[in-house]
Design a protein. Structure first.
Length: 151
């Protein structure tokens, strides 16, 4: 799978994560553990693959209900990527966090983001502050997926 996750063509990478998504859903905890080394890989395509594969609300694929309800389960995977040097990876993490924020299971999505330092030290924190809401998940910048370095 790694060969496809690192492929230079985005279409190959997209099909690759879609092909294994059902297996990830079936063995979520094991999959999260197996993907852990991928988030520190030198290749940004590999790092992004780990994030995209585990997005709670994937586009054009099955949703991961367990991560919609309990996004904190993937924090060890997502946390190292939140300040990634690659904008390509940052965009994926922002989308992941946006997915998590859509399910308000008692604020679990918000708690997951705040556990990662949501809003504190964010390179675009001034934009969040100017937007008005104290909660960065409510920022129009996040909702528009324009925040490139979310927290």
């Amino acid at each position: 799978m790694r060969r496809f996750a690192a492929d230079p063509h985005f279409g190959v990478r997209e099909i690759a994560w879609m092909a294994v998504r059902d297996a990830v859903i079936g063995s979520l905890d094991e999959s999260l553990a197996l993907l852990q080394p991928w988030v520190s890989d030198a290749d940004p395509n590999i790092r992004r693959f780990a994030s995209e594969l585990t997005r709670p609300r994937g586009v054009w694929c099955a949703q991961i209900e367990a991560l919609k309800a309990e996004p904190w389960r993937a924090l060890p995977l997502i946390e190292p990527l939140r300040a990634d040097s690659s904008r390509y990876v940052q965009n994926s993490v922002a989308n992941w966090l946006n997915d998590a924020s859509k399910t308000d299971a008692g604020g679990v999505g918000r708690e997951a983001v705040h556990a990662m330092g949501g809003g504190v030290g964010c390179r675009c924190h001034a934009v969040h502050r100017e937007a008005g809401p104290a909660d960065p998940l409510q920022s129009p910048m996040i909702k528009a997926r324009q925040c490139r370095a979310f927290c």
